[in-house]
Design a protein. Structure first.
Length: 177
């Protein structure tokens, strides 16, 4: 799938029904190519976070393009390598970073997917906690702390990042509690 506009989340659910968001995709991103290259079904669930336009590339067409064009094959090898790096980093952060650090990182990741960095983030607290990999209540407490510290602001249920630098410092442990 190629996302022409909008945002999509991918997620996996464990046996208890708990959700972990595995990716946030926006305009210009490809989705599902890993499964085609491995010749298997797509294992994640996908859900639109807002109105989306998605171009469906048939499996056969995608395979033909990759096999026939070295530049396209190279691009998807780069995308796969980048995705492996991101997943390894995500696992490392889940294992060793605090909820505060992971929340800061999730907010920064979402901010990168915005058309304009000044736009407010439209994400539910539950989705944010599923990105962070923790309970919703924990993320709500961290968001409240970030608001008290002047890092975030609420606007009609949306979050506006006021101090990106401080979030980056928190993510890197420069300002941890």
């Amino acid at each position: 799938f190629y996302i022409q506009s909008g945002k999509i989340k991918t997620f996996r659910t464990n046996l208890d029904g708990k959700e972990l968001i595995t990716g946030i995709y926006a305009q210009g991103d490809f989705l599902g190519y890993e499964s085609i290259l491995k010749d298997e079904s797509f294992k994640d669930h996908a859900m639109a976070l807002e109105d989306c336009e998605v171009l469906i590339i048939p499996r056969e067409v995608f395979i033909q393009l990759v096999l026939a064009n070295r530049e396209i094959a190279h691009k998807f090898i780069e995308l796969l390598s980048q995705k492996v790096d991101e997943k390894e980093e995500q696992l490392l952060h889940l294992a060793y970073n605090t909820v505060r650090q992971r929340t800061a990182e999730a907010l920064l990741t979402l901010m990168e997917k915005l058309e304009s960095p000044e736009d407010p983030l439209k994400i539910s607290r539950e989705d944010l906690s599923n990105m962070v990999g923790t309970a919703t209540e924990s993320v709500i407490r961290v968001i409240s702390d970030f608001k008290d510290e002047g890092i975030l602001e609420s606007q009609s249920g949306k979050l506006l990042i006021k101090d990106r630098d401080k979030l980056e410092q928190i993510m890197k442990w420069h300002i941890a509690r």
